[in-house]
Design a protein. Structure first.
Length: 255
C-alpha cells in the first residue's frame, strides 16, 4: 500500500523538506552582515603632562644656548665692519695728507723725545695725565665712521658743536729712519739746523687708528653730547684705552 502513494503526495513531501535550504540562506545573510559591520575604533595614546614638560624644558635650554651665541657673533660682525671702515679711513687719510704741504704734515707727527722714549708711548703710559686727554692733543686727528670727515679735534667747520661724529682717533707716528725729524748739526757751520721737512722729498709715517674715539653722553650739562671712550674722571684710571680696537698702517707723503 505504501508503494501506491500518489505522485502528487510525494512532490508535496519533497516541498515540505525545503526549509533546510532556507536555513542555509539565512546563515549567509548573517555572515555578510558581520563582514559589513564597522571596524572597532583604534585608540591613539596621547602625550602625558610629564613628557610635554620635559620636551618644553629641553627646547628652552637649546634656545637659551642659541640666543647666547648671538651676542658674541654680533660683536664679531660689528668689529669686522669697523675694521673695514678703518681700512677705508686709512686710504682716505693718505689721500688727504698727500694734498697738504709736507711741512704741515710734519707738525702732526709724533716723534721720539729721548732715549727709549716716544711722545706716543709717554701719553699711553700715563693715562691719568692731562696729556692723555685726546681733546687736548693738537696733533691728533679724528675721522667719522664713513671717513667723510677727517680733521683735528677743535675744528667746528668740520664737526660742528658736538663730538658725536668723531669715531676714529688717528695718531701719526714719524718714521724717523726714513724721515729724520731734525738733521744732524754741522759743527763747522754757525747756522742752526733747519727743519728738514722744508726741503724733504717725502715724509714717511705710520698711522695708528683706534676706535671708538668718543661715545654718546646724555648728560644735560655736556654740550658736546659725547665723551672720550674709556673716560672715567673719578676712577683709578681716568683714560682707559684698553677696550679700544687698534689698526696700524704705513704711508708716505711726497712733495
Amino acid at each position: 500500500m505504501m508503494n501506491d502513494v500518489h505522485p502528487h503526495r510525494r512532490a508535496s513531501a519533497r516541498r515540505r523538506a525545503a526549509p533546510p535550504n532556507l536555513a542555509i540562506g539565512q546563515g549567509s545573510c548573517a555572515e555578510l552582515s558581520a563582514l559589513n559591520a564597522p571596524l572597532p575604533r583604534r585608540v591613539t595614546r596621547a602625550f602625558s603632562l610629564i613628557e610635554v614638560v620635559a620636551a618644553v624644558g629641553i627646547f628652552s635650554i637649546g634656545m637659551v644656548a642659541v640666543i647666547g651665541l648671538f651676542a658674541p657673533v654680533a660683536k664679531s660682525v660689528g668689529n669686522l665692519a669697523d675694521a673695514e671702515a678703518a681700512t677705508n679711513v686709512a686710504a682716505l687719510l693718505a689721500s688727504r695728507l698727500q694734498g697738504q704741504p709736507i711741512s704741515f704734515v710734519g707738525t702732526l707727527m709724533k716723534v721720539s723725545n729721548g732715549p727709549s722714549r716716544h711722545q706716543l708711548t709717554d701719553t699711553d703710559n700715563n693715562p691719568n695725565s692731562p696729556t692723555a686727554d685726546p681733546r687736548a692733543d693738537l696733533q691728533l686727528l679724528f675721522a667719522s665712521r664713513d671717513g667723510s670727515k677727517i680733521a683735528g679735534y677743535d675744528n667746528p667747520a668740520v664737526w660742528g658743536a658736538t663730538d658725536t661724529e668723531k669715531f676714529f682717533e688717528i695718531a701719526l707716528i714719524r718714521n724717523e729712519t726714513l724721515s729724520p725729524a731734525t738733521p744732524a748739526a754741522d759743527p763747522s757751520s754757525p747756522d742752526l739746523p733747519v727743519n728738514p721737512d722744508d726741503t724733504a722729498a717725502l715724509i714717511a709715517y705710520t698711522a695708528r687708528i683706534r676706535w671708538p674715539a668718543f661715545v654718546p653722553d646724555a648728560t644735560p650739562t655736556n654740550p658736546k653730547r659725547a665723551l672720550p671712550a674709556g673716560f672715567n674722571p673719578s676712577g683709578a684710571v681716568r683714560f682707559d684705552n684698553s677696550q679700544k680696537q687698534v689698526f696700524f698702517f704705513s704711508g708716505v707723503v711726497t712733495r
